[in-house]
Design a protein around this ligand. Sequence first.
Ligand code: FPP
Length: 251
Amino acid sequence: MAETELLNKIDQAKIPNHIAIIMDGNGRWAKKLGHIRIFGHRQGVRTVKNVVETAAELGVKYLTLYAFSTENWSRPQAEVNALMELLVDSIRKETPSLMENSIKLEAIGDLENLPGNCNKTLKETINTTRNNNRMTLVLALNYSARWDLTRAMRNLATEACSGNIEPENITEKDIRKNLSTAAYPDPDLLIRTSGEYRISNFLLWEIAYSEIHITPVLWPDFETDDFYNAIIDYQKRERRFGKTSEQLIHS
Ligand code: FPP
């Protein structure tokens, strides 16, 4: 179906407020074409750019992208270096476009342990874009959900040991407040490309009630129509949050 036809099928009143994406398949895409993996990551950056712009146009308020997981350090050193370089270059190069589109850049993850230039560029762009308010783009970098949950538990344990909080009074709200995603609403829609049925240590706490859309399309091939289709799929779902359909009708 043509892009405009798909766009017409999207209910503008039901645009997901927060979309999170596991961008997968760069390596396989490159291999299929007989190239090295980094070629796929470079192409993946183009998809990132298009998805960010499309999300902002649709009125999505938060877009979280899984750009580098804690586990990704175990990839070949040359690929890790190339990915970091690509991240720094892309963030620097795209800062003017983030400003033009009023997109605020933020990041979650163990940022202090990223290479110095990556951390520096990231902080500069976060600072430059801090007053933008059309959409917040959150990059998950050196991130894993278990890392974040461990950090939150550690903070709460410290609070309990110092007598600031009673262990039996710890609530879900306290845990949420200590996650690096505390400032964002939970994702309404989680998209994963390349057909793998896995969560890969991404936002484990936050996706408790997210709708999941998995597409076989590899990330570098994920075009505007694929993004529209993900949103159309999401809009067909009935989000019950543990309630019955009847309860939803009468609420
Ligand atoms: C997964 O593909 C992709 C990544 C681990 C990195 C994603 C990074 C980018 C798209 C580039 C930079 C991003 C930004 C935000 C500027 P894979 O390598 O796991 O693919 P495979 O499963 O086919 O091997």
